[in-house]
Design a protein around this ligand. Structure first.
Ligand code: GLA
Length: 408
């Protein structure tokens, strides 16, 4: 067991150094094509799942009709493979005319007419990871063009770029975006391309990123499997408030753990609950990457849990792993973990996680102090559990979590 109140007090010391331009005050939420639709450009054979304007217009429609827009998923993000392979006679990038016959300005208008933000993708280097056009050599011209198309968010990848040039180049693009006349949220992939995810020299790169970008990818690409999702969660499960990436998290400045796999094929129900609860606790952008017509009712309930979304969107910085050994000694086959985040209203979000894969469900508990009363609300059940004094114990299934609000 752990003394929860002492562990949580430490979280209050977190103050982020945000890029202070009033944008991305909450982690962005929306739908991004990459994981589910990758770089499928063969629209003749795969008319319903290739990268074309219809895919993104459908995503706009479905976010609205399936209830996702109402709970905050209001950005639709184009990813790689939208362009032609050559610039036009003016040196401009152009969307593939066969797949985007109406053009990107019209697609952006469709998004805006439906109250969606237009998320966009490019690469700081000579070409994108998928081999399409990059920005290198054309920063001014391309950013002006993207702004003309009406983008609201730019994920700028880091393939085919010299590491030594990343700092200057991402800074230059940041300046161009600020001067573009549009409010454009800037997502930078720089740390993901460094050997240590931007954490060396006391997080020198992350500090710089928090000044020039609103969000950044600092770890591997997510795939639709528990191996992938749990490796991402493990990377973020540090139990220290002064880890470089923890200390830069806050309004206008978010670590991006990559897309949610909830609603796809690779995770069990408990693993979907785990990914969603911890992505909320770690204050990362929430991007769906799934076929919105096939999400099960169970998965949809996870994605549309408004109380968990509210934790993700809180104006505090990200939470941390408080205790990685919270199982009773007699239950040596299970792995009990407790995560926490101090919320801006003075309450705490707690995730109790059984990350083991042996045995049945097992109890995890925490102590507050023998004479302190606290109230608990179970967020997946949507229920107040009542008041407790001193200690609380919960039975957690293997490879699953429970998430609570603790009010001291
Ligand atoms: C990189 C990024 C992914 C995706 C692909 C596109 O791997 O990390 O999220 O954008 O490029 O090629």
């Amino acid at each position: 067991t752990m003394k929860l109140n002492l562990a949580l007090a430490a979280l209050y010391s977190l103050v982020a150094e945000a890029k202070d331009d009033g944008q991305a005050l909450k982690p962005p939420m929306g739908w991004m094509s990459w994981q589910r639709y990758v770089c499928n450009v063969d629209c003749e054979t795969y008319p319903d799942s290739c990268i074309n304007e219809k895919l993104y217009m459908n995503a706009v429609d479905l976010l609205k009709s399936e209830g996702y827009a109402d709970v905050g998923y209001t950005q639709v993000s184009i990813d790689d493979c939208w362009s032609t392979h050559e610039r036009d006679a003016n040196g401009d990038q152009v969307a593939d005319p066969a797949r985007f016959p109406s053009g990107l300005k019209a697609l952006g208008d469709y998004m805006h007419d439906n109250n969606m933000r237009f998320g966009f993708y490019s690469d700081i280097g000579t070409s994108t990871c998928g081999g399409y056009l990059g920005l290198k050599g054309y920063f001014e011209q391309d950013i002006a063009k993207f702004a003309e198309w009406g983008i609201d968010y730019l994920k700028l990848d880091g393939c085919y770029e010299d590491l030594a040039e990343m700092s200057d180049d991402y800074s230059a693009v940041s300046k161009l975006l600020s001067d573009s006349g549009r409010d454009i949220v800037f997502s930078c992939s720089w740390p993901a391309y460094t050997p240590d995810n931007g954490e060396s020299n006391d997080g020198e790169i992350l500090k710089k990123l928090s000044e020039i970008c609103h969000t950044w990818r600092n770890f591997d690409d997510v795939a639709d499997s528990w191996v992938s999702v749990s490796s991402i969660i493990d990377f973020w499960s540090r139990n220290t408030t002064d880890a470089p990436f923890v200390s830069v998290s806050g309004p206008g400045s978010w670590n991006d753990m990559d897309m949610l796999m909830v609603g796809n094929n690779g995770l069990s129900h408990g693993q979907e609950r785990t990914q969603f609860a911890l992505y909320a606790l770690f204050a990362t952008p929430l991007y769906l990457s799934t076929d919105l017509t096939t999400v099960s009712a169970e998965s949809k309930a996870i994605l549309q849990n408004t109380e968990i979304i509210a934790i993700n969107q809180d104006s505090s910085g990200q939470g941390i792993l408080l205790d990685d050994n919270a199982a009773a000694d007699s239950q040596w086959w299970m792995i009990g973990k407790i995560y926490g985040r101090a919320l801006s209203d003075g309450t705490f979000a707690i995730v109790m996680r059984n990350s083991g894969d042996m045995g049945p469900s097992t109890f995890i508990d925490f102590d507050v102090s023998s004479d302190t009363s606290f109230a608990l609300r179970d967020l997946y059940a949507g229920e107040d559990l009542g008041s407790f004094t001193g200690t609380f114990s919960s039975s957690i299934e293997t490879s699953n979590v429970e998430m609570y609000i603790v009010t001291l």
